[in-house]
Design a protein around this ligand. Structure first.
Ligand SMILES: Nc1nc2c(ncn2[C@@H]2O[C@H](COP(=O)(O)OP(=O)(O)OP(=O)(O)O)[C@@H](O)[C@H]2O)c(=O)[nH]1
Ligand SMILES: [Mg+2]
Length: 306
């Protein structure tokens, strides 16, 4: 019998290239939130995939980008830390917007990491086949990748081939996590993320970047098949609060409804979701506010150090 394999696979790249979509595709479930806009993922999200003869631990990471705020800096630090001890490094790029120079600028963690590096060209469902060759040619100069694989995280094309390539290079070893575990994130954290996703989907300009979500109460009432959740949407300015609440509270209601429906279908219970909007002035630049809102930079390391 072939020996059991297990290891960490870090998914890295610039914002919006489809890291979280690919991560969810591998897990067959929506573990990470996704949005059309860049800088959606802010934490290291861990997802565990069981395959015959192996356990693959995927790490979704924030997009690596320049950016002025302390939040931006912590996001990038988080991504870099997730690359440090990973066995496999997937560097994702967007086939619809290839930009080898820009991608090259954020490849530090790939070049400095000890994991086996693959280049993954994503969103191939949106481009013509023949445009892939020049992209491959352009990127292969950036780094001695173990392989260059075109995929579509949305349709799934190419992802099985990628999975096989990952398994080939994954080290032998016992599983790191219990067999039935899918993620290390709490339900509470996941609810915060879903609410934040709905805010991103239903707002524009700078609001997505200025929003954080916390959950203050999470009360389970199994006898009533009900969960009561109380959360807060934090924004940076009074004007943003006004926009998010909307005329007669309509906007906030829409956000709350969309989030509640998704949480209900995930938890299989009725959910009562109460949301408040609060101004936390300039929290994206304030280290203490960032810690309080769940963006402390120490949260994101692999088990056993890192
Ligand atoms: N057509 C198509 N769209 C994709 C594909 N992968 C991702 N997208 C879309 O690209 C957008 C960004 O996807 P995300 O998965 O949130 O990207 P990300 O790299 O995690 O972004 P950040 O977390 O902001 O760094 C979303 O609108 C996705 O639906 C793909 O293979 N094909
Ligand atoms: Mg993401």
């Amino acid at each position: 019998m072939a020996p059991f394999k297990s290891g960490f696979i870090s998914i890295l790249g610039r914002p919006n290239v489809g890291k979280s979509t690919l991560f969810n595709r591998f897990l067959g479930d929506k573990v990470a939130i996704v949005a059309e806009r860049p800088q959606t993922t802010r934490h290291r999200i861990l997802g565990i995939k069981k395959v015959e003869g192996g356990q693959l631990i995927f790490l979704d990471t924030p997009g690596i980008h320049p950016g002025g705020s302390e939040l931006n800096r912590r996001m990038v630090q988080t991504a870099i830390a997730s690359a440090r001890d990973a066995d496999v490094l997937l560097f994702l790029v967007d086939a619809t917007a290839p930009h080898a120079e820009k991608d090259g600028e954020v490849m530090g963690p790939i070049k400095g990491g000890s994991g086996v590096p693959f280049l993954v060209i994503n969103k191939i469902d949106l481009v013509k086949r023949k445009s892939l060759l020049p992209i491959i040619d352009q990127y292969r100069r950036l780094h001695p990748f173990k392989g260059i694989l075109p995929v579509s995280a949305v349709t799934g094309e190419g992802t099985d081939v990628l999975l096989d390539e990952i398994l080939k290079v994954l080290p032998e070893g016992a599983p790191y996590y219990p067999e039935d575990m899918i993620t290390d994130q709490t339900e509470r954290f996941w609810v915060c993320e879903i609410v934040r996703e709905k805010v991103i989907h239903q707002s524009y300009q700078e609001i997505p970047y200025s929003t954080a979500v916390t959950v203050e109460a999470f009360e389970e009432h199994p006898e009533k098949n009900l969960v009561i959740i109380k959360g807060t949407i934090h924004v940076e300015r009074d004007s943003q609060k006004k926009i998010l609440i909307g005329k007669g509270g309509q906007k906030l209601k829409k956000i709350g409804e969309a989030a509640r429906k998704e949480v209900e279908s995930f938890m299989g219970t009725k959910v009562f979701l109460e949301l408040w909007v609060k101004v936390e002035k300039n929290w994206t630049r304030d280290p203490r506010a960032l810690d309080r809102l769940g963006y402390s930079s120490a949260l994101n390391h692999l088990p056993g150090g890192g």
